[in-house]
Design a protein around this ligand. Sequence first.
Ligand code: SF4
Length: 427
Amino acid sequence: MSETDGIVGRGMTAGAELFRGWFEELAASAGRGVPVAYVFVMGSLVELLRTFDLPVTFPEINSLQTAVRHVAHEYLNEAEDYGYSPDICGYVKADVALQLRKGAHPMGHVPPPSLAVLTNACNTYIKWAEIWERMYHVPVFTLDVPGTRADGQASQPGEPDFQADCAYVAAQLRELITLCERVSGRRFDIDRLRESLGHANAMNTGWRRVLELNRAAPAVFGALAEGTVYLGVHNAFRGTAEGERFFTDLVEELEYKVAHGIGTIDRERYRLLFIGVPCYPIFRRFTEMFSDWGGVFVNSTYLWFASGGADVPYQYDLADPLKSLAEGVLLSVRHAMDSMFFQDRALGRLLEPYGVHGAVFHAIKSCRTVSTGLADARRSLMGATGTPSLFLESDMMDKRVVSEAQMKNRIDAFFEGLATRRPVVAS
Ligand code: SF4
């Protein structure tokens, strides 16, 4: 028995267990006919929905799981045969096929929605929810979150524009509460919201600490390999005691790894940033093509925007939960949007603290929200900092446009270029 047994790797084990339990609970909800809310990762509002005992499901996570489990093409083909264009977001098409299959999913059974809650963080969310509206005639609530007009020009707490935006969000949240009361048949309980926000505060602290701990060399987790599991727990269990416990334990695990110099890969040589959405159809192989060269992703914009902007250092004020929820949602969702549209400057600020050697941009066919502008962001980052970078194009769902051999050639050439620029550090 190793002395690390029981600590190292327990985050991944616990994350997998939590997700198995989550899918089982969803299937049980379907069996009991309880109302279920469909929500999205950027502005899920689960802290509020939980107070009405509404089980939530994340269609984006359900969809990406079909790709990780190598069956996404079956779902995509079914949706395309039904009439959806090959060009639109693969997550939407996988979900359409899931609905056509009456919720049959490789991890269990996904119940139909009784309510859909979304934000304007991605325009696809709005069209996607209209599909459920047509299929099931369920109410759709769209929270309009005022975005940033330009990088560095976001209004800040205390400023009149910020207060006006906050009041606008708070008024919409009050409408959502009324809708949730109607759908769930339960009265709003502000003490339950307080409790949920308390757990969310602890998770936010944990999430930011996890990201910060990867400044260590060697890196203690891969921003894609393990980071995506941590991200899933952060989204699905936000505002819960289980989520808080998971992050408390995870921070302990990663601090242990930092203290003992335990890296996530055996021989770390290159520290990389990942920009975009992962390549789920070959998820494991994708990271291997980097780790085989000693490359590790130390941070990723995905961990920013797909967590709904949870890397923003915001703590809900439990003395004024509703106002504070509005403020937190405004700050975090706005940050998530900025992480997709203005990421080059934020990336530049990571280079030194994370000891970055290169940046990998992954543009994907079916997500224009994240991929549009990636080439410009790359040029901007390279122009401002001279950071070596690699630009890959594939998809997060559709294996028909993922060419592993071509990708490997480009990745190999990237590392050969990196090797000529810096002395290789043997760990
Ligand atoms: S952000 Fe991209 S992947 Fe997510 S729903 Fe929007 S278009 Fe699809």
